[in-house]
Design a protein. Structure first.
Length: 264
């Protein structure tokens, strides 16, 4: 048993899609979240810079004495997860393997699409992981650089968002039966993405899939929280405006939260 919190990192508000799922599946676990909205999006940045930023987020979480770190960001997972998990002596989880396995299980015709940030697509990591497990799968990848800014500026309900999603996804429509949302920001655009792709396409939320793995690791290392039923002190930190973060987070999580600004 271990009553310390679980740490989550993301370039901004996207990791909240993982947190929402964690609150649903493991409601007694305590959360420390850091979102680097001041420097989002990470996706168009060079790999070395993303790695350096990710280490800053990891080091911040370590000052909070977390028992596990979840990379609630595909881009950080693609470039820094291997290195960070080798160096830390607590479990470190990424979102890419769980999303890949879920897509393999879900596809009927073996036609899998991946949408993600430019860096995640450039790394080709989803295709690599999927084809290592299932070489017969065909994987089509598409970078969607305009999606994260829409989410960070809380414009997901606008007609501009619909137009951008419609135009960006056009090359994949009718070509895949399963689509991995390979960026944790994208579930906030889920209903528009589903409308554009059509109801027959199964959407895979890589972040939500990763919560099943969190649960397995908590059990494996016997570090579940023991004090079930006590008041949890979830803490959310952002490098940008706490008010802007709070507005998106409270709407998405359906509860009031405390958000603090932090300089890294
Ligand atoms: N949520 C991050 C991801 O899953 C977005 C990265 C970005 O800021 O571009 O990749």
């Amino acid at each position: 048993m271990d009553n310390r919190p679980i740490g989550f990192l993301d370039s901004g508000v996207g990791g909240l899609t993982v947190v929402r799922e964690l609150m649903r599946q493991l409601p007694h676990e305590e959360i420390i979240y850091i979102g680097d909205s001041a420097r989002a999006p990470y996706g168009p940045r060079p790999a070395e810079q993303i790695k350096a930023y990710t280490w800053e987020l990891v080091n911040f979480l370590l000052t909070k004495d977390v028992k596990m770190i979840v990379f609630a960001c595909n881009t950080a997972t693609a470039v820094a997860w291997e290195e960070v998990k080798e160096k830390l002596d607590i479990p470190v989880l990424g979102v890419i393997l769980p999303g890949s396995s879920a897509a393999i299980k879900s596809t009927v015709g073996g036609e899998i699409g991946v949408i993600a940030t430019p860096m995640t697509i450039e790394s080709d990591i989803y295709k690599e992981k999927i084809n290592r497990l299932a070489p017969e799968m065909r994987v089509q990848s598409l970078a969607c650089p305009k999606f994260v800014p829409i989410v960070e500026s809380n414009e997901t309900q606008t007609s501009l968002a619909k137009k951008i999603v419609y135009e960006t996804l056009a090359p994949l429509v009718g070509k895949v039966d399963t689509l991995i949302l390979g960026c944790t920001h994208y579930p906030l655009l889920r209903s528009i993405i589903q409308n554009v792709m059509g109801p027959q396409v199964k959407l895979i939320d890589s972040g939500a899939e990763c919560v099943r793995d969190i649960s397995v690791l908590l059990n494996y290392f016997e570090i579940n929280r023991s004090r079930q039923g006590d008041v949890l002190n979830h803490q959310f930190y952002t490098t940008a405006s706490p008010l802007a973060f709070k507005e998106i987070a409270e709407a998405w999580l359906g509860r009031d939260i405390r958000v603090e600004h932090v300089e890294l």
